[in-house]
Design a protein around this ligand. Structure first.
Ligand SMILES: Nc1nc2c(ncn2[C@@H]2O[C@H](COP(=O)(O)OP(=O)(O)OP(=O)(O)O)[C@@H](O)[C@H]2O)c(=O)[nH]1
Ligand SMILES: [Mg+2]
Length: 238
């Protein structure tokens, strides 16, 4: 059994994190969980800290303040690479990603190095998102594909499974992105290193509990980052 860990970045997810941890432990009792919390004012981090003292499958990194999803994942990956995990799963805390679909990521990773849970490989599999968000996300992937040449239908999706070798091959200190472009940057570096990338269909459902951390700044960052990645690749500075 390959040693697997699920990483969940959290900021103010107290309504979701208890249910998410419970669902994951029920579905995958042999898998570990790492929550990276940015000192959420709603007590998300403290709750997970208590859980981690009761159950050694649960780990938590409590950061001083809100520093963005990208750096949260980088902190999580560094923690994981100091330990002997083989597979690393990314999932959001707000049930937009269905924990049951982790089983499909784990089947597909057997033959691949990065498996992406994709909303856009069989039509559009997004539920309850306002049209504006859907169009923004859908065209963000087309924009990324056209500019970078990376053949990924869902370039900004956050539901993935990496083999540790991929994360070991990426200089995590050079990761510049923080929002959606973090997902694009990790995919692009994996693609440029000729690792095997596979997209499998998932259904993404808009969050029910809690508040979105989406912002205009996150979109702006992604728009410029895509060009930076393209030119860094051209000049061998990725
Ligand atoms: N640690 C940490 N986690 C974050 C930060 N921003 C977002 N997250 C978490 O990253 C995951 C994705 O963020 P969301 O706000 O759901 O982003 P989104 O899915 O694009 O937006 P919604 O569709 O509105 O939910 C969630 O689990 C958030 O709690 C941050 O600054 N720090
Ligand atoms: Mg969300």
């Amino acid at each position: 059994m390959k040693k697997t860990i699920i990483v969940i970045p959290t900021y103010n997810e107290c309504e979701n994190i208890e249910k998410m941890i419970f669902a994951l432990i029920e579905l995958y009792p042999n898998i570990n969980i790492l929550v990276v919390d940015d000192n959420s004012p709603d007590g998300t981090g403290d709750y997970v800290k208590r859980k981690s003292e009761e159950d050694n499958r649960i780990h938590v990194i409590q950061r001083a303040g809100k520093m963005g999803l990208g750096t949260a994942y980088v902190a999580g990956f560094k923690y994981i690479l100091e330990r002997d995990y083989d597979y690393v799963i990314q999932i959001d805390a707000d049930f937009s990603h269905d924990p049951k679909e982790i089983a499909n990521l784990l089947i597909a990773i057997e033959e691949n190095d990065l498996v992406i849970g994709s909303r856009y490989i069989q039509g559009v599999n997004v539920v309850n998102w306002p049209m504006s968000r859907l169009l923004l996300s859908y065209f963000a992937s087309i924009y990324t594909r056209v500019i970078t040449g990376m053949p990924v239908k869902d370039a900004t999706g956050g539901f993935k499974c990496f083999r540790r070798e991929v994360l070991e091959s990426i200089n995590l200190d050079k990761i510049k992105s923080n929002g959606y472009s973090f997902q694009i940057e990790m995919n692009f570096k994996t693609y440029k290193s000729n690792f095997r990338i596979k997209e499998i269909p998932i259904v993404f459902t808009d969050r029910i509990e809690g508040v979105s951390k989406m912002s205009k700044q996150i979109v702006r960052e992604a728009v410029t980052m895509v060009w930076k990645l393209r030119f860094r690749a051209i000049f061998g500075k990725l």
